[in-house]
Design a binder for this molecule. Structure first.
Ligand SMILES: *Cc1c(COP(=O)(O)O)cnc(C)c1O
Length: 394
């Protein structure tokens, strides 16, 4: 069977996890911080916060950015539902804005129209998604965001190792925090770096970083500097900061248990060492798909060869997509569809969204199919996939 995505676990990974299991900490230990530091170095940001999954990363980010019942937040309909759901967890409203038909990313000129067709101050933030691994031009997006005083939360789940080139010719890695307030990643097995479940939030903002650390673990802090209570409850005497007993801690706000574990962090560190190799292999697979399909009349569009693309997915748009999908399944090739537009899910329809609202994303969905794309896909397997696709159309 050939799936669309798959983890790559090596003997080295297994050794790293085994070592971690023999250590003193299964959770809340030093390996988590070591993974966070290694991840920050890889991405090129100041701070990383590891959490239990990508969805938890989105939820905590939305909380840290102050999303509440009065918030209206913009995102793309072409994403996994969690990118939008995180705003709903906090009681806010989601406004979907259509995609660009060539890049499949949120269409920035269209986004500007949506923002400007609402009264000033309607929106509080934007959640762009580096769909399929292609980096959103966050420099352009930030220009627009700054004009309207919006924060940016980059959903970079598809794009660790991806980048765009800014107007000064500098590579800007997805999640590096240069143009976004926060960015999030997932370590689900289909993503680039796999830890079973897992997620990461990256930022350059120290205040947001501190807030995320507290929110990740129940809103509790042990940092004396942050203590508010000045009375010793045991005997009613005033206390100076620093007089607190060793066990003392404070729950300052309503947080969650969205912690990551040390043995997952050990796996993450080990996986991260092969991240660049993974991108290289993904790129080679993309180039081969691209060259094999150039000029074929069943192809309407494809991901193509784009600098800085992290190739979580390789998408082709084809004639008779359903027929191709079913034919590939008969050959044990499990291509996948990314995504059914979010606004057409019954949950979002019940909130007022309907067919026709986002015509570009809906047209994309009619033709798209994501082909097998993962570093351990062999040459022979890829040749077989390409041959079966061509065979279907003769
Ligand atoms: C995978 C994914 C998520 C959610 O990550 P989980 O770790 O599965 O919770 C969010 N957004 C996008 C774009 C994703 O691909």
């Amino acid at each position: 069977m050939i799936p669309y995505g798959k983890q790559n676990i090596t003997e080295e990974d297994i050794k790293a996890v085994t070592e971690a299991l023999k250590g003193d900490f299964l959770t809340q230990g030093p390996t988590i911080l070591a993974f966070e530091k290694a991840f920050s170095d890889y991405i090129g940001c100041k701070y990383s916060v590891a959490v239990s999954n990508g969805t938890a990363a989105l939820h905590l980010s939305a909380l840290a950015l102050g999303v509440n019942e009065n918030s209206k937040v913009l995102t793309t309909p072409l994403t996994f539902a969690a990118s939008a759901n995180c705003i709903r967890y906090c009681g806010g409203q989601i406004v979907f804005s259509d995609i660009d038909e060539d890049t499949y990313l949120i269409d920035i000129p269209q986004l500007q129209k949506v923002i400007e067709s609402h009264p000033k101050g309607t929106f509080s933030g934007i959640i762009p998604v580096d769909f399929a691994g292609r980096a959103v031009n966050l420099e352009a997006l930030k220009d627009l965001a700054d004009q309207h005083n919006l924060w940016i939360l980059e959903d970079a789940c598809h794009a660790p190792g991806g980048y765009f080139i800014d107007s000064k010719g500098i590579k800007q890695n997805c999640g590096n925090g240069k143009y976004a307030d926060l960015a999030i990643f997932s370590f689900h097995p289909v993503k680039h770096i796999a830890t079973g479940e897992g997620g990461m939030i990256t930022t350059n903002d120290e205040k947001l970083y501190q807030k995320l650390l507290t929110l990740r673990t129940h809103g509790i802090t042990r940092d004396k500097e942050l203590f508010e209570n000045t009375v010793d409850f045991a005997n009613g005497t005033e206390k100076n900061q620093g007089d607190y007993p060793g066990w003392y801690m404070e729950m300052k706000e309503l947080g969650y248990n969205y912690r990551f574990t040390d043995f997952q962090a050990a796996l993450g560190i080990s996986q991260l060492k092969r991240a660049n190799q993974g991108i290289e292999r993904r790129t080679a697979i993309a180039v081969k798909y691209y060259e094999s399909f150039i000029g074929e009349d069943f192809i309407k569009n494809q991901s193509g060869v784009v600098e800085g693309h992290a190739y979580h997915l390789y998408v082709i748009k084809v004639k008779d997509r359903l027929g191709l999908y079913n034919y590939l399944r008969e050959q044990n090739i499990f291509a996948q569809i990314h995504y059914i537009p979010c606004h057409l899910m019954p949950y979002y329809k019940q909130l007022g969204w309907k067919t026709g609202d986002l015509p570009v994303a809906e047209a994309y969905y009619k033709d798209c199919i994501s082909l097998p794309m993962y570093p351990t896909l062999t040459e022979e397997e890829q040749d077989f996939v390409i041959r079966m696709i061509k065979e279907y159309y003769v």
